[in-house]
Design a protein around this ligand. Structure first.
Ligand SMILES: Nc1nc2c(ncn2[C@@H]2O[C@H](COP(=O)(O)OP(=O)(O)OP(=O)(O)O)[C@@H](O)[C@H]2O)c(=O)[nH]1
Ligand SMILES: [Mg+2]
Length: 361
């Protein structure tokens, strides 16, 4: 078993008062491969020395956040609109305010209209009388939009590895999400292998490897510029040979051009299907701060790969949480996970009622 042509120095900085610590991994270069001490980290097909960043910083925390506390920007957008319309009778300004709020939250004009039109009609015919009744009816309408999706992550293959592939444009949080999922799955006793299918960027595999080491996951990588599909294939075969239950496959978010990326992802999927595992999730990672652009991305990726669910990251920094509704209603793809920060615990299962409560209470 060979390691990459690098040596690691790990410095952990803790800040006990805040519960936050920073792990800094410094890398010094050496010419020769060396034996790896850890049995869970494996390096395959290390054909050429890889330029690595001098420092990879991965933040750490221990307490899982709630949507209510972290999605503050979307929450306060709704709160201030509701406060303003509660203070007066229902008039044109009420509808303007509600529509503007839904649009600022990036719910999209189509769905905003579908939500508000019946409320307008109900006010006209007298079945809704007060701003509070309008707000309650809006809440019911938005809840109904998220009612039916199956949000479970499938881990049901027995006797061969479950394979979850992660796709999405660059910078949305694919690699970080894999790290968070590996940490959570390992805590539940699931054995995990990460396959570094992003061979486009030199630092990508290094970043994933840090998460593998921290979560105790096995790790498979290829040469920079190598074939991503074969890295994923090797990862699945390696997991099958070792009886590892879950393979998390990272992919590149950017190539020379977009059609290359989509073709590559199709190939990754085809090849993964040939390996001795079951691809039971293809998770599209979307950055909530991009709002409606995320919807456009979702359309493209869904056309190229069989996306089974969405991971909506960076909801902690976004007022555009309404994109959840747009994605589910326009594309029919369930939002399964939500990212609420950069640390290992900042990923939670998407719970529509908790999310809606955060917006309305
Ligand atoms: N605030 C916040 N930051 C996040 C979240 N998820 C990821 N990030 C940050 O977003 C940045 C990009 O994350 P990566 O995981 O490297 O994104 P990627 O999709 O793998 O990017 P490429 O490899 O370039 O395609 C990092 O700084 C992460 O720490 C989240 O839920 N909230
Ligand atoms: Mg990445």
């Amino acid at each position: 078993m060979l390691a990459s042509a690098t040596a690691n120095v790990v410095i952990a900085l803790g800040a006990s008062g805040t519960g936050i610590a920073i792990l800094v991994v410094l890398r010094s270069r050496s010419k020769r491969p060396r034996a790896v001490a850890s049995p869970v980290v494996e390096t395959v097909v290390q054909k050429s020395p890889v330029a690595v960043p001098e420092a990879v910083v991965v933040p750490q925390a221990t307490v899982a956040p709630s949507v209510r506390e972290k999605a503050g920007r979307t929450r306060s957008l709704f709160a201030s609109a509701f406060q303003s319309i509660r203070g007066r009778s229902i008039d044109a300004a009420t509808w303007d305010e509600l529509e503007e709020t839904l649009l600022l939250a990036d719910i999209g004009i189509g769905l905003a209209t579908r939500l508000l039109d019946p409320l307008r009609a109900a006010v006209k015919d007298g079945s809704l009388r007060s701003p509070d009744e309008v707000i309650a009816a809006l809440r019911a309408g938005m809840t109904a939009q998220l009612a039916t999706s199956d949000r479970s992550l499938h881990l049901d293959a027995v006797g061969s590895p479950n394979v979850w592939l992660f796709v999405g444009v660059n910078g949305v949080g694919k690699t970080t999400t894999i790290g968070k999922i590996a940490t959570a799955q390992a805590a539940q006793g699931t054995t995990v292998l990460m396959a570094a299918g992003d061979t486009f960027r030199a630092a990508a595999a290094e970043q994933l490897q840090v998460w593998a080491e921290r979560s105790g996951a096995a790790f498979v990588r290829g040469a920079e510029g190598g074939d991503p599909a074969s890295v994923i294939f090797d990862g699945i075969q390696s997991a099958a040979a070792k009886g590892i239950q879950l393979v998390l496959g990272d992919t590149a978010g950017r190539l020379q051009n977009k059609s290359n990326l989509m073709e590559e992802l199709k190939k990754v999927r085809r090849v993964a299907d040939k390996a001795e595992g079951v691809v039971n999730e293809v998770l599209l990672v979307i950055d909530a701060t991009t709002g409606q652009n995320g919807l456009a991305q979702a359309r493209e990726f869904a056309a190229a790969t069989d996306v089974t669910g969405i991971v909506l990251t960076k909801l902690d920094g976004s007022a555009k949480g309404g994109i959840v509704f747009a994605i589910e209603t326009e594309l029919g793809i369930p939002v399964k996970l939500v990212g609420l920060g950069e640390t290992a615990v900042d990923l939670i299962a998407f719970d529509p009622s908790e999310f809606i409560s955060a917006l309305f209470e």
